[in-house]
Design a protein around this ligand. Structure first.
Ligand code: BEZ
Length: 394
């Protein structure tokens, strides 16, 4: 329980009775809302963390630096995508910096320490990327929300689209950690729904990029296609190595959209024609997307990608929740109810949350054409993660 935090917000007001009476009205004037932004700013996922943080702060700026009428301060922590350092980083945010809200992170292993702390210390958490399914399945909580996806969702879309094209057998190649494994499960389920089969899974440890031993096995697998989950620096290397091994024309490569997201410049011609599935893509024609991409480019000199979208929407979700509580992040019932009821006007298209707090969203089929992940159709419309095992308290 985190009774100490409300006392600190009130600047040390003495006496339980006066705290109860004064807490809510005093909060807006008392102290800024402290948000802990825990993301990778170094390592293979650094660019992903940078785009999430930049877009989150962009959205805050649009709200005049306030949420629920309360000024916001941000504390940043570089989690290095290292699960071993995650408990210490989270303790630092909650125990030392006394944050009111956590936003993070990218890596599915690291996010587990944040989910555990959110549940135990009762600190709201918005996950702006990490797709670990447990966060919105068996470990779902009124304190945990996702602005991104479950690992299962994009890969399910890819498997389904592949089966619809007539593929009968496919393999999955990935890093050996939750994101790779769970997206493999989604791919398997999507293939199965379309009458096709996942026959092999090949892995290497995160974040290794010596792909040669795996690539050497692919021609002998007897599959019609290879699906994969890699992201950031690892995705750049994998796509280049796949092409350099002469596999592109023999066994078509596809994947969860992270494979080609935010990395096309570095992948160059090696990525041309690769199909992926994701809840975002280039050429999505809605006014919010146009405005967001223009603003993001003007502010950062970079092109927006799915990571930026998820960071922006994390701030939009918080804004909706805190508007209902006048900036009180500890008022979890009304805060959660408002986020659950919100229709988030996202650059990906408007979305709502499932009962387990995961976005219900269309998974787009995209194809790399030049410098774009061009949307070529919907792989699955309004896809809901099954939320298996979630018992959300009322
Ligand atoms: C994950 O670890 O959940 C993840 C990392 C990068 C992109 C997508 C998912």
């Amino acid at each position: 329980m985190r009774h100490f935090s409300r006392r600190s917000v009130l600047g040390g007001l003495a006496g339980a009775a006066s705290i109860t009476a004064l807490a809510r009205p005093a909060i807006a004037q008392a102290a800024p809302l402290k948000i802990g932004l825990m993301l990778p700013f170094s390592g293979t996922y650094a660019a992903l963390g940078e785009n999430i943080a930049a877009a989150f702060e962009l959205c805050l700026k649009e709200q005049d630096g306030k949420l629920g009428g309360r000024a916001v301060t941000i504390v940043r922590v570089d989690d290095e995508s290292d699960p071993a350092k995650a408990p210490a980083n989270v303790n630092r945010l909650i125990g030392r910096d006394n944050v009111d809200v956590m936003v993070g992170t990218v890596h599915s292993g690291v996010v587990m320490a944040m989910v555990q702390a959110a549940r135990e210390k009762e600190v709201p958490l918005i996950i702006p990327n990490a797709g670990n399914v447990a966060a919105t399945r068996n470990l779902c909580s009124p304190y945990v929300f996702r602005s991104s996806f479950s690992n299962w969702q994009p890969a399910y879309g890819m498997g389904k689209a592949l089966a619809a094209k007539g593929v009968k057998k496919a393999a999955w190649v990935t890093w050996d950690y939750a994101a790779g494994k769970e997206s493999g499960d989604g791919f398997r389920d999507g293939l199965k729904a379309g009458g096709a089969e996942l026959t092999q899974v090949l892995t290497l440890p995160f974040p290794e990029t010596n792909f040669q031993p795996l690539l050497a096995k692919i021609p002998g697998l007897g599959v019609d296609a290879v699906g994969s989950f890699f992201a950031g620096g690892g995705a750049i290397q994998f796509v280049k190595d796949y092409a350099a091994a002469g596999l592109r024309d023999k066994v078509p490569l596809c994947g969860s959209g992270f494979l080609t997201e935010g990395v096309l410049k570095a992948q160059g011609a090696a990525a041309e024609g690769i199909q992926t599935a994701l809840h975002y893509g280039d050429g999505l024609n809605n006014p919010k997307n146009t405005a967001f991409r223009t603003l993001f480019k003007a502010t950062t000199s970079r092109d927006a990608d799915v990571y930026a979208v998820q960071g922006y929407d994390a701030a939009q979700m918080l804004a909706a929740g805190l508007a209902a509580t006048k900036g009180d992040a500890a008022a979890i019932k009304p805060l959660a109810a408002a986020i659950r009821a919100a229709r988030i006007d996202s650059p990906r298209g408007t979305f709502t949350l499932s009962p387990s707090h995961n976005p219900v969203q269309t998974i787009w089929l995209r194809e790399v054409r030049g410098s774009e992940n061009k949307v070529i159709g919907a792989a699955v419309e309004a896809l809901v993660d099954p939320g298996t095992g979630c018992k959300m308290p009322a």
